[in-house]
Design a protein around this ligand. Structure first.
Ligand code: SF4
Length: 369
């Protein structure tokens, strides 16, 4: 039986206001409320986005007398690291964060030779109920605020700079942690805008290096396209036919494969960006040769060269009977998709042994094992 989809928060919570929740006008009025000169707004934003400092007590260009007041009013501690687990010889690190209301979320930092990526959460839990995903099993707890999302980015960037030696910069941000980003649209949009804006208005990460994933919330995909931010859209498809996708990705009962692909095409045409299609390959479930052919055909028809398929060997989740497809099946699947003229690769899955890979972020009070 398909579990009910949850689009609205069951228990809306309001984390305290933080500088990262505010745009330039909001920062200016917050500074005015504190009775500080207007130029302090830019100075604080420069410290936060440019120097990755979130504690005014460390801001030496701020008069000591006002640091405490600024800290209280604009820099509450939103996320506290409750646990850190590393694997891949220290190249992958998962952090379990505890928010002010006790809610837990996770982010994962991954170092590669040519890039450094942080995978962040946009919601605590998820209401999309995909049965193969650990996060989906716990349901939606609440949306994260813009600042809670951005704090994961800042912490990742600061960890790269401070813990891994000089010269390490955060280059990529992927919204593929807990939650359906487009179900928390306004806060995610504001977060993306501040990730790509240059300091002092944002972290200055290239829009091309930011990926927003979705299970296919069709109206929100079109709205995001119209923002013309230039970020990469990743559509988690997981099946090319409605019959199977209705069960693997329950939102498909609302927006069918054809509608999701039409929205992806609109995104690609509007932004000029190639769309990523994510496909978790599950043994005996969605890895048949005919499904590979159908996937290739449908994608070629809908998106032509404006699509790339990422096959993701399914990550085991506790208690699940589902498993990754055998390698020969995986190779044949890739071959068949490519033979339809669609580019397709198997994604390197980092962090399996610390339950940090896709579909494993459960945050059930501590790192999953
Ligand atoms: S796969 Fe993504 S959208 Fe589906 S339940 Fe998991 S976190 Fe939510």
């Amino acid at each position: 039986m398909v579990r009910q989809l949850v689009f609205d928060e069951p228990r809306p919570a309001r984390p305290p206001r933080h500088l990262a929740d505010l745009d330039a006008a909001g920062r200016a009025s917050a500074i005015a409320e504190l009775g500080l000169p207007a130029y302090r707004a830019k100075q604080l934003a420069q410290q936060y986005y440019g120097r990755l400092i979130a504690d005014p007590r460390q801001m030496t260009d701020l008069p000591a007398a006002v640091r405490e007041r600024v800290a209280e009013a604009m820099f509450p501690t939103l996320l506290t690291a409750a646990a850190d687990v590393a694997c891949d010889a220290g190249q992958t690190r998962k952090t379990l964060w505890r928010a002010t209301d006790g809610t837990t979320v996770e982010s994962v930092l991954m170092r590669y030779p040519q890039r450094n990526t942080v995978c962040i959460s946009s919601q605590a839990g998820c209401g999309m109920a995909c049965p193969f995903c650990a996060t989906g099993q716990g349901g939606l707890r609440r949306n994260l605020s813009t600042a809670e999302i951005l704090e994961q980015v800042r912490a990742g960037a600061a960890a790269l700079r401070d813990d891994f030696g000089s010269g390490q910069r955060l280059s990529n941000v992927v919204f593929m942690g807990m939650g359906e980003p487009l179900a928390n649209y306004a806060r995610v949009l504001a977060a993306v805008q501040r990730i790509i804006a240059p300091p002092p208005h944002g972290f200055g990460i290239s829009a091309r290096s930011v990926t927003v994933s979705t299970v296919g919330l069709v109206p929100a995909i079109r709205t995001l396209a119209d923002e013309r931010l230039g970020v990469t859209l990743a559509l988690s498809l997981h099946a090319p036919d409605d019959e199977l996708r209705d069960t693997l990705v329950p939102v498909n009962t609302r927006w069918k494969v054809g509608e999701a692909l039409a929205a992806a095409r609109y995104y690609a045409e509007t932004t000029g960006r190639r769309v990523s299609v994510e496909y978790a390959l599950i043994r005996g479930v969605n890895d048949q040769a005919w499904r590979a052919d159908l996937l290739g055909k449908r994608l070629h028809r809908a998106l032509g060269p404006l699509v790339h398929v990422n096959l993701i060997p399914l990550n085991p989740t506790p208690g699940s009977a589902w498993d990754a497809s055998p390698k020969p099946v995986e190779r044949e699947f890739v071959r068949r998709v490519r033979s339809q003229g669609v580019s397709c690769t198997v994604r390197d899955t980092r962090g399996r042994e610390i339950s940090a890979a896709c579909g494993q972020l459960a945050a059930a009070g501590g790192p999953a094992t």
